[in-house]
Design a protein around this ligand. Sequence first.
Ligand SMILES: *[C@@H]1O[C@H](CO)[C@@H](O)[C@H](O)[C@H]1NC(C)=O
Ligand SMILES: *[C@@H]1O[C@H](CO)[C@@H](O)[C@H](O)[C@H]1NC(C)=O
Ligand SMILES: *[C@@H]1O[C@H](CO)[C@@H](O)[C@H](O)[C@H]1NC(C)=O
Ligand SMILES: *[C@@H]1O[C@H](CO)[C@@H](O)[C@H](O)[C@H]1NC(C)=O
Ligand SMILES: *[C@@H]1O[C@H](CO)[C@@H](O)[C@H](O)[C@H]1NC(C)=O
Length: 470
Amino acid sequence: MLPPVIVVLMLISFTCGENPAIQVTLTNKGLQYGKNLGAERVQEKLELITLPDITGEVLGIHYILTGITITKCDFPEPIVEFNQDYTGFTTSILGLSVALTGGWMTHFGIIHDGGSFNIAIFGVDVTSVVELGKTPDGHLSLTSVSCDAQVGDVNIQFQGGASWIFQPFVEHFKGRMRSEIRSSICSNVEESIVNLDYHLQTMEVSFNVGQDLGFDAHLTDIPVINESSMILGLQGEFYNIRTHQKPPFEVLPFTLPEQPDYMLSMGLSDSTVNSASYELYSAGRLQVLLTDSMIPPYIHTRLNTSSMGPYIPQLPKMFPGLLMNLQVYATEVPMFSFQPGVVVLGLQGDVKAVAIQPNDTQTPLFKLHVDSNFSGKVWVAAGIVKGSMTLQNLTLTLAASEVGPFETDKLQALVKLGVMAGLAKLNVELGKGLVLPRTRNIELVNTVLGVEEGFIAMCSDAQVFKDSFN
Ligand SMILES: *[C@@H]1O[C@H](CO)[C@@H](O)[C@H](O)[C@H]1NC(C)=O
Ligand SMILES: *[C@@H]1O[C@H](CO)[C@@H](O)[C@H](O)[C@H]1NC(C)=O
Ligand SMILES: *[C@@H]1O[C@H](CO)[C@@H](O)[C@H](O)[C@H]1NC(C)=O
Ligand SMILES: *[C@@H]1O[C@H](CO)[C@@H](O)[C@H](O)[C@H]1NC(C)=O
Ligand SMILES: *[C@@H]1O[C@H](CO)[C@@H](O)[C@H](O)[C@H]1NC(C)=O
């Protein structure tokens, strides 16, 4: 009954747990895929199931039904639908029939008797409605709204022993048996829902993703459900684990277009990327020290005052033959902006140049301000997310100088070349790409990715591996 819902929630937990995003949509296609997997699983399990013994007392006779196994089960295809009225799902199985067999034993005083029995249960209809919600701490919650079970008919045949004595009573107890089966179906369904909800409550909604950096993926609101889809909104923001400091900018709302041909779609706002950028910037981690040793030996221009003649004519005269260090750091939070088909990155920073005296004293030389823009592309090829970055524009301005004024044009051209060389290396890595995250249980297939105004949209089908249920 519940497994279809379990599969659906696995798909969701996958996206919450390992591939954080801001909006996750489950389409009807995804729901039906989950349903089919769940139904397969139920059928497989039913064939193996051994039911618990049933004991009781009838007319002062103690009885036990034991070794009950299912011999045949007509398991009609379940129906699973989004339920807009209850913000949840409706699951129904109509016309289920089960044949069971087992042994019976009775004790009446010192008289023991026993034999076998066959039970046929016909026309079982079960309809369960579950509601999805959000707990105060942002977990997805699941509650049973209603469970309705009907049992068409029950037939029992006892064989062996003194079964001829009590067989006539079967007719008499049919009504009670039907109502007991009904309530046991629903109590089982409700118990599974409670278990599933417990599982959801133990799932992480924030993750430690590295040095002082956490990722918050709690639900921002109750799920949005209509006839064709379910949308979950997740916080999708990086924060500082120690200070719990959050970025000062708001997440702008966006609408993920419905993609009914895919099981899932995910939308990642540029705010998510910018929150990471903000936290890295605030933690002072967007800086780098460039030294001469980092420049490949085949490059003629060195970080050496004697090499700087063509760019800063006075420098080799004032400080001849000294190595230089460049302290490069961001002066603003680098901001990403997602625009149709392209990711734009604005990067502003300062470069402080010092000369290293033979006695290791650092002598300040000048400070440059760098304003640069990059554009990037992201795409998915054969299950791998790839990207590339291009320098759009870069301007250098002189912010301070201990060596007197100088023109920055030539230096700017040199820096552009340097940045482009760096990008070429980066693009080799981006071209190798990042394999789409997958778990032991679930893999994303047929994934497409596109950059839209304010967000990156990813649509995908999922493939669940069967052995993941064991
Ligand atoms: C359900 O909601 C989605 C997203 O808001 C929308 O695109 C779609 O048209 C809606 N479907 C129906 C049947 O109302
Ligand atoms: C800097 O370059 C000059 C000229 O090539 C060279 O003589 C000098 O040794 C270099 N300085 C250092 C510290 O390597
Ligand atoms: C290091 O050398 C420089 C340049 O010769 C000089 O100005 C400075 O005082 C020296 N510093 C120390 C600590 O010796
Ligand atoms: C980079 O882009 C921003 C916003 O589009 C713009 O304000 C800035 O002037 C650009 N900088 C350069 C160096 O092109
Ligand atoms: C580069 O930036 C400068 C200064 O912001 C601007 O004048 C120039 O038009 C920009 N060039 C391009 C190609 O965007």
